[in-house]
Design a protein around this ligand. Sequence first.
Ligand SMILES: NC(=O)c1ccc[n+]([C@@H]2O[C@H](COP(=O)([O-])OP(=O)(O)OC[C@H]3O[C@@H](n4cnc5c(N)ncnc54)[C@H](OP(=O)(O)O)[C@@H]3O)[C@@H](O)[C@H]2O)c1
Length: 326
Amino acid sequence: MADELIVVFGGSGFVGRYVVKELARRGKRVRVPMRRPHIGQDLRVLGDVGQIQLVQANVRFPESVDRALDGATGVVNLVGILSEKGPQTFFNIQAEGAATIAAMASKRGLDRFVHVSALGAGRKSRARYAKTKTEAEEAVRAAIPASTVLRPSVMFGAEDTFFNRFAAMAKFLPVLPLPGFGSVKFQPLYVGDFAEAVANALDDKGARGRTFELGGPRVYSFKQLMQFIADTIERSRMLIPVPPFVMQMLGGVCGTLFRLQPLPINPPLTADQVEMLRADNVVQASGKIGTIADLGVTNLETVEAITPSYLWRFRPYGEFQAKQTA
Ligand SMILES: NC(=O)c1ccc[n+]([C@@H]2O[C@H](COP(=O)([O-])OP(=O)(O)OC[C@H]3O[C@@H](n4cnc5c(N)ncnc54)[C@H](OP(=O)(O)O)[C@@H]3O)[C@@H](O)[C@H]2O)c1
């Protein structure tokens, strides 16, 4: 419906772009609040002429969030960070930021609100990423009881951080470290399937006030995923178990170095991310908690079908690797 205006906070990120594209495909007008809209002009081509609007907003500044909601009929919050830098802390962005968006939306009487959390939120975790995701869920629900909370597992797609990051590591390192024995479990979900679930959640009255845990069709151990990545990029790499405290130290050093010497890229590993690697990242839907199928998304894409289409660039001879080895 062209009279609908969905505001997608975090619409400029990896997941956000797929969500914006899916909403535009369904004929909705989409507004993307960004810190630097001048560098996001490519987002406009995800929809028809004039269908996607970019505005300046920063969740740390409530007035800018309020302005961004002007005329909105629905809201999606995808704002998140993987590591902290300056005022971009987990608390400021994921907990306070979500609370601000929900409070401003509630003030305007908007209750069509989809909040994107992460698997692991709601369970006890020492990772600040997960803790602030839990705080965000609580704040959003308190402000808008009808909001829908989505907790996805790790997502894959051409621009993902998980598969691309470990493929890049496998390209440069002779060995791949496995925290513990690499037995922690993941249920990777294709970002396009997730975008469909977000769009369905916005339209589905039955999803209001509910929480969903979303995962892909298969569960893998971390070790299986590392082996799959090494095989896909055709580089034989030893997978070495590393005791959790050593990984914690590596993550701590890496995170601190990047904080002291800010670089335009995220640190490859932080202590918080190592902490996240201690708990299984799989769907535990039960009773009140729904799944991606409950949101009407079935026939999910698999890791094996999608990731080789973009991981080939990490092979020794890129797209020509098959010819070289033939
Ligand atoms: N990717 C995954 O595998 C995965 C798995 C589970 C859950 N999630 C959750 O899904 C959400 C999206 O993840 P992603 O992978 O797409 O992350 P991403 O690529 O890093 O995108 C993060 C988004 O947050 C925005 N943002 C950051 N700080 C902001 C601020 N101060 N004010 C306004 N916007 C701000 C960024 O916008 P600008 O920088 O353009 O302003 C960007 O659009 C996050 O909440 C994440 O925790 C992701």
